[in-house]
Design a protein. Structure first.
Length: 236
């Protein structure tokens, strides 16, 4: 569940699982599951930061001794990136595209960093010309995509910096040494790790299977339930 889920939301999730026939229902915080799935040593007495970039939100969390020391959820994720691309093309090229086209742009040539040559790769896209209402085909390049995504990328960077500033000094020093782990589908955005590294000065890594980290971490928590029982909430 998201770290910011309310008691009512948690109760509803738990009740749904029990109604489906489970004997008991345990909840695990999404940042903890993501960190376990990424192979982070969350039970160590050191600070670890995980940034889980999902479709609707990005969760930034600092973990130590198997617990969440700091967590913040910001409404920036893959969906917001798609919206930014749609808005950019509407403003700059008078072109209306759908969500599926924006998703294709993001996954094909999406980048968080301006290309070295000032242009980068490009693809052809189709949409509707807002001036005359007829179908139109045009080209978009990586430099334009980087410009379109600058706001959501900056929001993620700001959330990371705020987490570091709020974290106790000893744990913050650990994060400076160990770096930050990116998980979630949004972590696959091209050069996002490099962009965050340039802006924060921290070492940024992308998990091996960022899309599956939460699922993998939840599975590991159940597999090693005795060792990780303190991260699973079985309260009624």
């Amino acid at each position: 569940v998201p770290h910011g889920a309310t008691p009512v939301e948690k109760r509803a999730i738990r009740q749904s699982v029990l109604s489906a026939g489970a004997r008991r229902a345990g909840l695990i915080a999404e940042p903890i599951a993501a960190a376990i799935g990424a192979g982070m040593p969350i039970t160590d007495p050191t600070g670890n930061m995980v940034v889980d970039i999902g479709g609707g939100t990005t969760e930034v969390a600092v973990l130590s001794l198997g617990d969440i020391v700091y967590a913040r959820s910001v409404r920036v994720g893959g969906d917001r990136m798609d919206e930014a691309i749609i808005s950019y093309l509407r403003r700059h090229q008078n072109l209306l595209i759908g969500e599926s086209t924006a998703e294709r742009i993001k996954t094909t040539i999406g980048t968080a960093r301006m290309p070295d040559d000032g242009r980068g790769a490009s693809i052809n896209i189709r949409g509707r010309d807002l001036l005359n209402g007829v179908p139109k085909e045009t080209e978009i390049n990586q430099a334009q995509v980087a410009e379109a995504l600058s706001e959501p990328v900056q929001a993620i960077c700001d959330a990371v910096m705020q987490a570091l500033e709020t974290t106790p000094p000893d744990l913050a020093a650990d994060i400076v040494d160990r770096g930050v782990m990116l998980t979630g589908g949004g972590a696959l955005l091209g050069d996002l790790d490099l962009s965050l590294r340039e802006q924060t000065g921290l070492s940024i890594s992308v998990a091996n299977e960022p899309l599956n980290c939460v699922a993998l971490g939840t599975g590991k928590a159940l597999e090693y339930e005795k060792q990780l029982r303190h991260v699973i909430d079985y309260d009624s």
